[in-house]
Design a protein around this ligand. Sequence first.
Ligand SMILES: [Zn+2]
Length: 275
Amino acid sequence: MKNSNVEEGLRVNRRRFTLAALAGSAAFASSLMGETSSAHASPKPVSSVLDWNLDSKTIIDLSHVQEHEMPVDPALTLPTMSFFAHIGQGEGAYWNLENITYTPHTGTHMDAPFHVNSGWGSIETLNPALLFGPATVLSITVPKGMYAISLADIKAWEEKNGQIPLGDAVLVHTGHDRYWPDKKTYIDDGYPIFSKDAAEYIASRKARYVGMETISPDGPNTDAHQIFMGNNVLVVENLANIGEIGKKRCLTIGTFPNIKGATGVYVRLLAVVDK
Ligand SMILES: [Zn+2]
């Protein structure tokens, strides 16, 4: 794997994020970049910079609620929340305060490359804008149980819908999210994963990230994780509602906390769809 390329490619440029490369949409990105590159330009209202009329858009939440009871791999710890202060209980108790613990690979989350290779980047090295930009919605019909989505499955979709645009995120819709939160049907009875050639093809389209409705793109190994993240394709797992997008392409918006050294992080991902 190209460790140094991964490190370079994923490293955050703190002065200016490369939205043009990320977002794929040159006009969209250049309007943003233009704002930041001209120190003397008077600020435009956000609506004109983005040319968005949100009344004409539907916003779809692609994230599950993160809570204590979720279907997770038995090796993982479920999140906990414990309150150590309650308003009105004790002197000077003006606040409700809790501690939250969680393994990032539960719930709707993104993996860092460090999750599958100790030499690769952890969460804080990732571009915070990578979830922001165009996405292709790849709808694949899969049999129930463990099934590796193949290159032929993707090519069959492309035959009908056109090639996945370079630089798009890829949201893979199989309908598997309908089994959430039942662990037996969501995990134990099997779920769609990715064959190596399917993962390699998505990586060859320079996808910013691949989003799926399952706990993992892999079964008992890390092959697809390695292919994706070895090629700068981030992995977002346990997504919901991709089927409600109802279009072949949309915009996604999301970002994530900047947690130093973490192997993953909860994300809140939204799809923005023309009505
Ligand atoms: Zn994960």
